[in-house]
Design a binder for this molecule. Structure first.
Ligand code: RP5
Length: 173
């Protein structure tokens, strides 16, 4: 596949977040949407965060996915610095108590500065949501998303048939 202009910026507070954030990259690859991926820390590299967020729109990005754990300020701070939509991925990291700290740090934004927060560690959904935002203005991507959702639907229906034919009591024999 030819190198694509990045439309989505995937950033994370630490390289230790990559095991979780990889799924966002994988699903964007699946939808053939160009993205860039890097580490930007709100606390350890505040100037880099400022530069990244304030130049993102000018550089052609359409959506930013930001993942962080613990005192997870990256998505909210990035959202404060850009008019691009920001999707936050709360991560259960080494400095998380139980994951709720990451969820609430990203979710409970003040009025005026929204962050679209996905479930704990749900970076795949962040990638799909980013694709949907771009798909609202891009027919090719909208078609891929419709096919993807049809595939989810068909997978469930085939499980319904399997259960109907095989019964519920011998599925794991
Ligand atoms: C957060 O602290 C990062 O997003 C990561 O989830 C967590 C731990 O970072 P490391 O100490 O592993 O670099 O800022």
């Amino acid at each position: 596949m030819a190198e694509q202009t990045p439309l989505v910026g995937i950033i994370m507070g630490s390289d230790s977040d990559l095991t979780v954030m990889q799924a966002a990259a994988d699903i964007l690859k699946y939808f053939e949407i160009g993205f860039e991926l890097t580490v930007v820390s709100a606390h350890r590299t505040p100037q880099r965060m400022f530069d990244y967020a304030s130049s993102a729109k000018r550089r052609g990005l359409k959506v930013i996915i930001a993942g962080a754990g613990g005192a997870a300020h990256l998505p909210g701070m990035v959202a404060s610095l850009t008019s691009l939509p920001v999707i936050g991925v709360p991560i259960k990291s080494s400095n998380s108590i139980d994951g709720w700290d990451s969820v609430l740090s990203i979710l409970q934004m003040p009025n005026g500065v929204p962050v679209a927060t996905v479930a704990l560690n749900a970076s795949k959904n962040a990638g799909i949501l980013a694709a949907e935002i771009i798909g609202a203005f891009n027919e090719g991507i909208a078609k891929k998303l419709a096919d993807y959702k049809k595939q989810l639907n068909d997978e469930v229906l085939s499980k319904v048939e399997k259960l109907k034919d095989g019964g519920w009591d011998n599925q794991f024999d």
